[in-house]
Design a protein around this ligand. Structure first.
Ligand code: ADP
Length: 506
C-alpha cells in the first residue's frame, strides 16, 4: 500500500500521471487569466482616473483663465485700483482652492515668461523657461503623468478672445497671453487603487482556492474511470474474475475495455484449445496403451496359449506400439511447427523434382490399393522453401488422397506457378469429405470417420501439421470436396523468401 502511494506520488511529481497534468492545466487556465485580469483592471483604472482628473482640472483652470483675462490679472493696469485688488483676491482665492483641492501648485506665467502667481508663493516674479510653457504658448496643451514621483503636470493656455489671433498662432479664436502651469498630486488615485488592489487580491485568492478545488476535483473525476479499468484488469489478473469486464465511463475507456475483453476472449479460446489438445493427446495416447494391455492381459489369462495365438497377439501389440509411435512423432512435429520463432531452413528447391520423388516413394502404397497416380506440371517450378517441411506437406496430402480413396481410384497432382506463388493441387476420386466437416479437417485430432482413420493408421494430426507448415511459409491451404466423389486440396506458397519476409514484417 505504502509502495503504491509512493509510486503515485512520484508519478504526480514527475507529471507523468494524467491526474497531475489535468490538475496543472486547469490550475494554469484558471490562475493566469485571474492574475492578468487583476493587473489589467488596475492599470486601466489608473489610466482612466488620470485622464479624468486632467480633464477636470484643465476645465476648472480654463474657467479661472477666463476670469484672469476679464480682470486683466496679467497686466494689472485697471484704472480702478480698489476694484482690481478685490478681483485679484477673488482669483487668488480660486487658485488656492484648486491647489488645495488637488494638493497641487499653480503657476501663472505671462507672455514674457514671468511668473505672475505661484500658489506656493516661491517663484513669483521669477522668469520660467520651461519647455512645457513654451510649447503651450505655441498652442500645445500638455499633460504629463509622473507615476514614479506621484504627480500630474499640465499646462493650460490663458486665451484673450477679445484680440485677433496672430498670424501663425495655433489658437484661432484669440491670443495666448499667458500659461497656467499646474502640478497636482495623484495621491487620491493611488489611494483608490490601493483599496481596489486589496479587494482584487482577496478576490484573486478566493479564485485561486476555487480553481485549485476544481482542478483537484476534475483530476480525480477524469482519471477515475481509468483507475476503475486498471483495478478491473487487476482483478482479472488476480483471478477474482475471468469473465469480460465492464467499466462504463468515457468512450475511450470503453474502447480500452472492449480491446481488453477481446484479448480475454482470445486467451480463453487459446486456453480452451490447449486444454482440449491436452485431453485429446491423453486420449489418443491412451487408446493404443489400452489395446496393448487388453492383448497382454488376455495372453496372460490363458496360461498355455498356443504359439500361433502368441504370435498373432504379439503382432497386434507391435502394431499398437507403432501407432503410439506415430502419434508421438506427429505430436513432436506439430509442437516443433507451433514454435513460431523457429527459422525455416530455406533453400532453392525444384518443386517438380521433389514432387516426382514423393510420388515415387508413395507409389507402393498406391499400388496396394490399385490407385493410379498422375502428375501434371504446367511449368518447371523452383522455389525458396524449407525442403523438409515442403516434403511433409506434399507427402501428407498425397498420402491422404491415397488413404481415403476407393479401390481402383486415381490421384492427380498438379503444379503451376505465377510470378509470385506456386500452386500444388492434389485431387482424388476418393470418399470425399462431408460439407460440415470441411472447416474442421485441419484441426488437431479431427477425423471424419474415427474408426476408419484409425484402421488405416491415421492419427488425425496430418492435416494440422500440413497447415502449420504451409502457414510457416506464409502460404495458404484450401479444400473443396464432394462426398463419395473426391476432394481437391490446393496449397499456394510464395516462390521466394522475399515475399515471405515482407509479409512476415507486416
Ligand atoms: P489422419 O491421420 O486421420 O489422416 P489428417 O489430419 O491427415 O488425419 O486428416 C484429417 C481427416 O480428414 C481424416 O481423418 C479424413 O477423415 C479427412 N481427410 C483428409 N484427407 C482426405 C481426403 N483426401 N479425402 C477424404 N477425406 C480426407
Amino acid at each position: 500500500m505504502m509502495a503504491e502511494w509512493f509510486h503515485e506520488l512520484r508519478q504526480l511529481i514527475s507529471l507523468r500521471s494524467l491526474k497531475a497534468r489535468i490538475f496543472l492545466i486547469i490550475l494554469l487556465a484558471g490562475v493566469i487569466p485571474c492574475v492578468f485580469m487583476r493587473y489589467g483592471i488596475l492599470d486601466n483604472y489608473e489610466e482612466r482616473a488620470v485622464e479624468l482628473r486632467v480633464a477636470t482640472v484643465q476645465n476648472q483652470l480654463r474657467v479661472i483663465g477666463n476670469h484672469l483675462i476679464s480682470n486683466n490679472y496679467l497686466n494689472n493696469t485697471l484704472p480702478d485700483e480698489m476694484n482690481y485688488a478685490a478681483s485679484r483676491n477673488v482669483i487668488d482665492a480660486e487658485l488656492e482652492t484648486i491647489s488645495n483641492l488637488y494638493e497641487g501648485r499653480v503657476l501663472i506665467v505671462d507672455s514674457s515668461l514671468r511668473v505672475v502667481k505661484d500658489t506656493y508663493g516661491i517663484s513669483e516674479g521669477k522668469t520660467i523657461i520651461s519647455e512645457e510653457v513654451i510649447r503651450c504658448f505655441r498652442g500645445e496643451n500638455i499633460s504629463y503623468y509622473d507615476k514614479e514621483h506621484g504627480y500630474i503636470e499640465m499646462t493650460v493656455p490663458i486665451v484673450d478672445t477679445s484680440t485677433q489671433a496672430e498670424e501663425g498662432s495655433a489658437s484661432t479664436s484669440g491670443t495666448i497671453v499667458g500659461v497656467m502651469l499646474t502640478s497636482i498630486s495623484n495621491d487620491a488615485i493611488i489611494n483608490t487603487m490601493e483599496v481596489l488592489n486589496r479587494r482584487a487580491v482577496i478576490l484573486q485568492n478566493l479564485m485561486f482556492v476555487f480553481v485549485i478545488a476544481v482542478a483537484i476535483l476534475m483530476a480525480i473525476l477524469v482519471s477515475r474511470p481509468l483507475h476503475k479499468v486498471t483495478s478491473a484488469i487487476n482483478e482479472v489478473e488476480a483471478g477474482y474474475a475471468n469473465e469480460s469486464i465492464s467499466v462504463p465511463g468515457y468512450s475511450e475507456t470503453a474502447n480500452i475495455v472492449n480491446a481488453f475483453n477481446q484479448l480475454l476472449k482470445r486467451m480463453k479460446v487459446l486456453d480452451d484449445s490447449r486444454q482440449e489438445f491436452v485431453s485429446n493427446v491423453s486420449h489418443e495416447l491412451k487408446t493404443p496403451m489400452t489395446s496393448i494391455k487388453v492383448l497382454a492381459d488376455s495372453l496372460l489369462a490363458q496360461g498355455d496359449a498356443p504359439a500361433e495365438l502368441y504370435k498373432e497377439f504379439m503382432e497386434d501389440i507391435v502394431s499398437e506400439i507403432d501407432r503410439e509411435n506415430r502419434i508421438i512423432t506427429d505430436l513432436l512435429a506439430l509442437v516443433r511447427m507451433d514454435k513460431k520463432v523457429q527459422e525455416l531452413n530455406v533453400t532453392s528447391v525444384s518443386i517438380n523434382d521433389l514432387t516426382e520423388l514423393i510420388l515415387k516413394r508413395l507409389r507402393p502404397i498406391a499400388r496396394k490399393k490399385d490407385v493410379e497416380m498422375v502428375f501434371e506440371s504446367m511449368r518447371p517450378v523452383t522455389a525458396e522453401v524449407d525442403e523438409v517441411k515442403m516434403t511433409l506437406i506434399m507427402t501428407n496430402l498425397v498420402e491422404n488422397a491415397i488413404k481415403y480413396n476407393k479401390e481402383h481410384g486415381w490421384v492427380k497432382v498438379e503444379l503451376d506457378a505465377d510470378h509470385q506463388y506456386f500452386t500444388f493441387t492434389v485431387s482424388d476420386s476418393g470418399l470425399g469429405i462431408p460439407e460440415d466437416a470441411l472447416p474442421h479437417v485441419c484441426e488437431r485430432f479431427y477425423r471424419v470417420d474415427k474408426s476408419h482413420s484409425r484402421e488405416i493408421g491415421g492419427t488425425g494430426l496430418g492435416l494440422a501439421i500440413t497447415k502449420s507448415a504451409v502457414l510457416m511459409h506464409r502460404g495458404s491451404i484450401t479444400v473443396t470436396s464432394v462426398e463419395d466423389e473426391g476432394s481437391i486440396f490446393t496449397v499456394k506458397i510464395p516462390l521466394t523468401t522475399s515475399v515471405n519476409r515482407t509479409q512476415t514484417g507486416n
